[in-house]
Design a protein around this ligand. Sequence first.
Ligand code: SF4
Ligand code: SF4
Length: 321
Amino acid sequence: MIDLARAAIAATGAVMDATWATRVARVTTIDATMSATRAAIEGAIDDATLATTLAATWGVSVPIDDTRVSTYAAIDDAIRAVRRIHVWTLPKSVHRDDKTMIGLSRIHQIEVTTRCNLRCVYCPHPQMSRPKIDMDMATFGRALAWVRYFRVLGTQPELSLTGIGEGLLHPRIIEMMGMARDAIGDGMLLFATNGINMTSSMASGLRASNPIVYISLHRPEVAGPAIEACKSAGLRHVVNDQFATSAIDWAGQVDWHVSHRPQVCQYLAQGWGAVMVDGGITRCCMDSTGEGVYGHVNDEPSQLAVRPFVLCRSCSLTVPG
Ligand code: SF4
Ligand code: SF4
């Protein structure tokens, strides 16, 4: 049975590899054409010729002022605009060197619920306007199909069942963890909890899927027994105090200090995505409102590309560029 499954994955991977190679070839051709055109434009030509060439090549009117520097900046803007159009019209964005857009390469996290049994002051959950609901199993299955897709591509080494909510409140969380383990294979499976519902039987049930559980120290009086339950069940666990020691203010959405080390946003740098409780694909874990949603698990995964959105302006993480 396992051999059959491996053979099926290998066959699927071969088809995807061929599709991927075709797409890479298309983008590479576009890039080469545009680079050659750019080199020609930036040659030592006079401003009048430059203006004519720009208009003819890009179909845009670029004002030529008296400094070549600002002209070249305008050229870069024009090229970027044209390149972006090409990327968006391609079936797959594979512009991994594009500083403003990158193909979705991984489902970093799946938000299994937006319900919670705490009201932490450093979390956007208490004020969050999105519905407080559990993810349905059909949506979860679709999200895991994306995980499998990216795993075959080799870009999905980990998965976290985490979002703005307390995952252990989902009535089928043990079953979901098992499904997630099947999808991620030998990859890393993570999960965060405040520990309130981490009973001995819960810890034993989760143990079969071998996740790494991050137990947050929001309430030490419940986190302590939760840690003991994990130890007894042999469940791998990490004690999480990052809300105090490596703190964020959720891109300005909560009134809290920021103390994490400077770091580049991996969602934007590597093309990570997050699945919200309703199946929406959003930019990152910071998105409490759903403003960053740009797709859905019912879409075709290869159609999506990641780029900054409004929250990035106030985020303490660095936008790659
Ligand atoms: S930090 Fe976690 S436990 Fe606290 S309110 Fe937010 S989702 Fe709930
Ligand atoms: S708000 Fe922007 S910079 Fe911050 S984590 Fe999200 S995508 Fe990254």
